[in-house]
Design a protein around this ligand. Structure first.
Ligand SMILES: NC(=O)N[C@@H](CC(=O)O)C(=O)O
Ligand SMILES: [Zn+2]
Length: 425
């Protein structure tokens, strides 16, 4: 049986809003009617979307699902359901699991589990180096054949420039992207917060911006030399934005992502040494926040990703110094950005939706992110008027590590449809 979604409105990148009726059958969008009377819906399930945004399912190109190896934090089942609650229908998972995703067998395991237990589509990344140790490249061709969409050692930076250059040459020869967690380990001794007001107040030696930006600078030069598509993970500093902007101006094939928390929080918002405010890269200074916002607005930064990074409560209870880096992302992303940037008039709704749908699809050459006849039926319906407080008891992820508990936000996904099936409502 098919589904008719009636009376919702769609929005394009130019913020053009159109009332539409959309029909789904067998996982595909088979009809899109612009405006007017509701069609005959006999034999179909009807979803009334009057007054609501009907968007292509959101795409998140940076997430941690923790399976295999860390099932106490998250599983493919719980992580994909959390994604569905957040309106995401395609998510790209990072390979820092145990074992890491550096063999064909592990790629197959992820794809099989996602197929049988996942609520939404999962695209795996493969490691650049075996075990993410930075010593030996993985078998890029075999991993591509198995279904990875790119290579990354996310969680750690590739420390050797020669190793990164070899990786880029190999990826380029296969027509695949390199996705980089930019972090120079020789610059990150000290406390897990940025070098800024918070660190000064607590007498801590923080993480300097250069630890990230040095890798960005190095890698855009290597990307120029090798011709690879180079994608920068979770950009957090003013210097990185500047380097990426410059590289783009020089025609280097570089793209970049930013996370909601780096757009809405600075180090000066951290209330105390609570590890729910600890993530990598750390929350930066207000000046950096301003720079990443401007970078996203002018197209230097292409897309928004959540870097959903669940950790168990007992792990985060170890406190700022000892707890692992990372916070949840899926369930708060859209309402956070809608409330902070769209309701205030800084961005159009079309801009926000584009950076979560069509843009990531374009950057990674994926066939999703649009609402057209013949497209896979990945659809998110958002009630832009609904206001809700973020409550720990309502979090779907297996973990609860978020700094946003208690925040009142507007613009909540209410129905998520993935491959034609309602996976959240
Ligand atoms: N971002 C984080 O703070 N943590 C990530 C690793 C990463 O994305 O670098 C994790 O795996 O927990
Ligand atoms: Zn990372």
């Amino acid at each position: 049986m098919g589904i008719w979604i009636l009376n919702g409105f769609t929005v394009d990148a130019d913020n053009e809003q159109t009332q539409r009726h959309i029909c789904i059958e067998d996982g595909i969008i088979i009809q899109v009617i612009n405006g007017g009377e509701a069609p005959d819906t006999a034999g179909h399930t009807v979803i009334d979307a009057a007054g609501k945004l009907v968007s292509p399912g959101f795409i998140d190109m940076h997430v941690h699902l923790r399976e295999p190896g860390f099932e106490h934090k998250e599983t493919i089942a719980t992580g994909t359901l959390s994604a569905a609650r957040g309106g995401f229908t395609t998510i790209a998972c990072m390979p820092n699991t145990r074992p890491v995703i550096d063999t064909v067998d592990t790629v197959k395991l992820i794809l099989d589990k996602a197929e049988t237990e996942g609520a939404v589509r999962v695209l795996p990344y493969g490691c650049i180096t075996k075990n993410e140790l930075g010593r030996e490249l993985t078998d890029f061709a075999a991993l591509k054949e198995a279904g990875v969409i790119g290579y990354t050692d996310d969680g750690v930076g590739v420390q050797s420039a020669q190793m990164m250059k070899d990786a880029m040459n190999l990826a380029a020869s296969l027509g695949m992207p390199i996705i980089a967690h930019c972090e120079d380990n020789t610059l990150v001794e000290g406390a897990p917060v940025t070098e800024g007001e918070f660190a000064r107040k607590h007498g801590l030696k923080g993480i300097p911006n250069e630890s990230e930006a040095i890798h960005v600078g190095r890698d855009v030069l290597l990307a120029e030399a090798t011709g690879v598509h180079y994608h920068v993970c979770h950009v957090s500093t003013e210097q990185s934005v500047r380097l990426i902007r410059h590289a783009k101006q020089h025609g280097i094939k570089v793209t970049a992502e930013v996370c909601p928390h780096h757009l809405v929080l600075s180090d000066e918002d951290i209330p105390d040494l609570d590890a729910n405010w600890k993530m990598n890269p750390p929350l930066r200074t207000p000046r950096d926040v301003q720079a990443v916002i401007e970078g996203l607005e002018d197209g230097t930064i292409d897309i928004i990703v959540t870097d959903h990074a669940p950790h168990a409560e007992e792990e985060k209870a170890k406190g700022m110094m000892l707890a692992p880096f990372g916070i949840l992302g899926f369930e708060t992303a859209f309402p956070l950005l809608y409330t902070k940037f769209v309701l205030t008039g800084q961005w159009t709704l079309g801009f926000l939706v584009d950076r979560l749908t069509a843009k990531p699809a374009e950057v990674f050459s994926l066939p999703w992110g649009k609402l057209e006849v013949g497209s896979p039926a990945d659809i998110t319906i958002v009630d832009l008027a609904s206001e809700q407080e973020i409550k720990k008891s309502e979090i779907v992820s297996k973990s609860k590590n978020t700094p946003f508990i208690g925040w009142k936000l507007q613009g909540w996904p209410v129905v998520t449809i993935a491959s034609g099936k309602v996976v959240w409502s």
